[in-house]
Design a binder for this molecule. Sequence first.
Ligand code: FUB
Ligand code: ZN
Length: 622
Amino acid sequence: MRRYASVPFSDVQITGAFWSERLETVLTRTIPSQHAQLAKHNILRSLKLPQPVPPLTIPPHPNGFTTEIFWDSDVGKWVEAASYALSHRRDAVIEAQIEEIVTDLERAQAPDGYLNCWYQEREPENRWTNLRDNHEMYNAGHLLEGAVAYYRATGRDRMLQVMERYMDHIAATFGPDKKRGYCGHQEIELALVKAFHATGKTKFLDLATYFIDERGAQPHYFDQEAAARGEPAGKYGQGTYEYSQSHIPVRQQTKVVGHAVRAMYMYTAMADLAAEHGDTALKQACQTLWRDVTETRMYVTGGFGPSARNEGFTQDYDLPNDTAYAETCASVAMVFWAARMLNLDLDGQYADILELALYNNSLAGLSRDGETYFYDNKLESDGSHQRWEWHPCPCCTMNVARLVASVGGYVMGLAKDEIAVHLYGGAKATLPVAEGQATITETSAYPWDGAIRVQVQSDRAFTLSLRIPAWAKGATATVNGAPVPMTTERGYLRLHRHWGDDRVALHLPMTPQRVHAHPEVKADIGRVALMRGPLVYCLEAQDQAAPLHRLRLPRGADLTATFRADLLGGVAVVTAQGAALQNPAALYQTEPPTEQPSPLLALPYYAWCNRGANPMQVWVRE
Ligand code: FUB
Ligand code: ZN
């Protein structure tokens, strides 16, 4: 298995305007405001194991479940995002806030290493009795990711030591010759792989491998655990273990099912472990699941999971627009998975979906000012869907923050004698390659413009692989001004030469394109979506001359892209001459309705609902 490694975001300098602006917003507004929200909503207080135990902040759901049970995960994710911020620039206030959290966790940790503020505060006698529902290892995983990120950013290992003790406790409790459990909400598996990478300690990798290998085995651990609680085995709120992708062993899974975030985190860990162990069965399972989700169960915006009922997948082609769940976390997790797939195989299909999920569904989850969010990302709204400042289940907030703060980590890939550029938009890195090094400086106004310049400075012979996105029809390239044949290998233009101080120019045409859905996607029949480059577009009612439901974009209408510096901080809009249905004489009549020309203005989907709530459509009547 040829392996690529992602270049860590801390080794990639983001220089382009698009991501620099978002990075700055996340560093200066999102991270501090999230800390304030964690404090305001008692989440930080919960780490102090207050006595007497305070009443619940989040009233339980009728099924008895409160999202307070996974507050530790929100803290872990915030520490991770904040640590990424520190990797960009140190900040005494943020560091003091993290240090206080670490001290709280250190104090809370039980002598045997166990650490879960919910259980320790409220039901210490019940720990490890309901892995199916209660997120203990999910919390542990996010805290571990936070600890790894903080260690990498600062070199301080106090939190990592706390988490290592906890992982040792977990490894002493679960395993082939112990309790054969694993978490109902996958997360810890990918976190353990990160801990292995950060420390080189194989015990972390072994535990991740055990969890993935054990999942779905019979007799089913969740049945046994339920019986031990005195509940009928197999009686499950969600009705099926597909919800947690534990219905069958992971290598046998061929359909993407259940809760979308759990699925994506699990596939991420599977791809990680396939790479670590050269496990072809695991890799094949990932490839099969990848095809399944991208061919039948993905929104055009790179969103996943249409249904609120299970926060996840339903049937093939079931992709409603106005009720789309498409949780921000699920598409953020798709970015994680796609990056791992790219490391297994340099194949542009993975980078294309990575980019789609990043620029569209994921980025839509964060407002322009960096302080309000979407949890579910609808593709059509009557105006009632709005961004919020906080949520009883704030998982998506820190997920989008950690993604943006580490976006540089998705830009390049590295093999022994190859550097691959997956994403454009302005970035610079000096990388070890071919037993020497190379500095890659990519300059562009991407995603607004497809003119890309890559300066290579090196004295080594290696392959520079430049991604040619599937949407870039008619792409051209030159090296030092001389045209090169556009022969691509699985979506990459692979330029092999002895490099000096050389200039590669890439032209990715950014003509606006119409996208049509498979006819089994009932919601999109007779409708069209617009894309330009990696961006999906939408209509917001406030930009149109007629109400959205009356508008139509005729098939032959010209599409024009214009950069509007005055709009939403600068975006390329797509305009066209559309048509609007006129008022008829009566409620019902035998004459067909008449239309008048009506200009349409579409803007990038990620930017919608930043000027107040208003109706929106991605799929427009054709
Ligand atoms: O259950 C923990 C997180 O909260 C999930 O990943 C999200 O879908 C939300 O339910
Ligand atoms: Zn979420």
